[in-house]
Design a protein around this ligand. Structure first.
Ligand SMILES: [Zn+2]
Length: 176
């Protein structure tokens, strides 16, 4: 670990281990010795969020480093795990579905229901942009991060449940 790099909080490390049930999550592997792996190399993004990390055994970690296991493979794996672990709320699954089906990066969401998007926020897939008012109700505008946009694609590829979008209940927004 290089000097100045923040140490990972214990709670996040535990969350990553619980995500995989303390075993390597690669199908057919199930090794119990675990490394913390970044989906996109830490040196490129300085992203230490839950959404950019996964626990892998040293052998599978090396396969990722060499590119045999791609970053998008790991995103699909994380989408499957999230689905199996019931990590995301119905609203969050709608947001992932929306952006898998529509271009765009921004959406507006009622402040009253902010807890419904807390995991996408904490995991680094969305970030708050500004306050908004939607039909007279205080709202927040969020944007999908780059990792979030790719995770939405992975969600669709993973076979997890998707909502079909033709209704107005979530609104794609233009970037400012
Ligand atoms: Zn493994």
């Amino acid at each position: 670990m290089s000097v100045g790099r923040p140490t990972i909080p214990t709670a996040l490390e535990r969350d990553l281990k619980l995500e995989v049930g303390y075993r390597c999550p690669m199908p057919q592997c199930r090794e119990t010795e675990l490394d913390r792996a970044h989906l996109v190399d830490y040196s490129k993004t300085h992203d230490d969020s839950f959404g950019n990390q996964i626990m892998l055994c040293p052998t599978c970690h090396r396969k990722h480093t060499k590119g045999t296991v791609t970053t998008q493979d790991l995103r699909v794996l994380k989408a499957r795990l999230a689905w199996e672990n019931d990590r995301y709320t119905g609203t969050e699954i709608k947001i992932l579905s929306l952006f898998a089906q529509h271009h765009g990066t921004h959406f507006s969401h009622s402040k009253r229901w902010a807890p419904c998007v807390r995991f996408l926020n904490a995991d680094g897939y969305i970030e708050w942009v500004r306050d908004d008012v939607a039909e007279g109700v205080p709202a927040d505008v969020y944007r999908l991060t780059d990792n979030g946009r790719l995770f939405a694609q992975a969600w669709a590829e993973s076979g997890a449940r998707q909502f079909e979008f033709n209704g107005p209940d979530l609104r794609p927004r233009q970037a400012d």
